[in-house]
Design a protein around this ligand. Sequence first.
Ligand code: SAH
Ligand code: SF4
Ligand code: F3S
Length: 487
Amino acid sequence: MQNLISDLDIITEEKKTEEACETVKVSKDENTGKERKLYIESYGCQMNFSDSEIVTSIMQENGFDTTSNFSEADVVFLNTCSIREKAEQTVRKRLSQFNRAKREKPGMMIGVLGCMAERLKDKLLEEEKIVDLVVGPDAYRDLPGLVKQVDDGQKAVNTFLSREETYADISPVRLNSNGVTAFISIMRGCDNMCSFCVVPFTRGRERSRDPYSIVKEAQDLYDKGYREVTLLGQNVDSYKWSPEVNNKARLEKSEVSEIINFANLIEMVAKVSPDLRVRFSTSHPKDITDQVLHTMKKYENICNYIHLPAQSGNSRVLKLMNRTYTRDWYINRVDAIRDIIGEDCGISSDMIAGFCSETEEEHQETLTLMDYVKYDFSYMFFYSERPGTLAAKKYEDDIPLEVKKRRLSEIINKQQGHALERNKRDIGKVHQVLIEGTSKRSEDDLQGRNTANKVVIFPKKHYSKGQYVNVLVEDCTAATLFGKIVD
Ligand code: SAH
Ligand code: SF4
Ligand code: F3S
């Protein structure tokens, strides 16, 4: 999924993994005089953050205001991630902290939502005595009923996975919003079964959301002053809406009558307004089509940035990972991006070091693939075996931890070099930047991103967030571009 980390000056796996499990609190304290208060904290990918906005909407409709201070909450939700062992450990630690808080405030209800809830189901109720409620990603409509069940003195669980649920009709309550950029979920689940990955088990079957409801959400955001939307899915290129199949499943009427693929969808969203930027994540190398690339080229407001996780640069390892593409296929897709969109199109990746049986030579091929592509950014991890996945069943997790860590640090070091090299190419050029707010480093500076998703920092002048400005880039680090507005 897309870049939530703006700093690349991270070398150790510990730090990196923590960043990837970044937490988000309810930043907006909404006090409309409702009876009870909800505190929600999210871990994992953007999809989870986006789900927390749906959960908040459902809870607000059912008698809850939100708070950013968990000690004043009646209900505390942790929206959790299972992707690596470390992610689950972080949540367990947090649960113990809430446990201590609950001793001071015995009426406080604690719920675990999201992927860890789905993976562990009622085990969480048995093991973690403080958990009152366990709700999987497809069961959020049931939250009011489940909360009531806990109010009535029972424990509550719903981890039913749906083939249809897309929450299409629920208007998310924007959390941690800068008022300029927002996420829109366009599909849920994943059918890919990469052998290392727990997501198909925690999120269920892939399903696409009604395109009309997606365009409507984008239009609403635009009308409220937002200027960028990121369309989210685990594999956006397999987005497909067919009125026959989808409506039969959902017994509802859609305004859209033809088959819509991902290229059609981004075109529909791009047409909301030329002033609304469109981004998306994640693209799967096996599915990304030239049609999508040509559509990106055609519309100025579809950003030139693609998150295209490779995972490994070696075809044997890719086969074991069940990624269903080879190194050559991946390179062909990168060449197509550069040919159709251009050399400046931002490309980022996810990489896994030390997958089962990976040899030193195979690891070297990951490094040479990186040399070929020169990614602007990457999320980098060492392999963490997840119970129940194909790899856990079929392959031995046989690469020693210190070897995994050493390979990972080689990958990270290489990425640092490439990010700096790619950023240096931007010096001396004028970039269109959408201003997202004040820079974290100085009140006198603003920050935003260029089309390739790079953070750009520049002196404020009289400009403010939500505006587009042209910035001449004069300097850079591996993580950030620095410049000045040219009128
Ligand atoms: N759908 C996205 C990825 C979602 S998970 C895609 O296909 O790219 C985000 C990233 O976490 C993955 O791309 C992978 O690099 C990493 N990841 C997933 N399972 C992992 C595991 N068991 N160990 C280490 N990293 C893992
Ligand atoms: Fe996991 Fe693969 Fe699906 Fe991504 S595409 S969520 S890595 S199974
Ligand atoms: Fe996302 Fe983590 Fe679930 S990465 S889909 S929250 S396992």
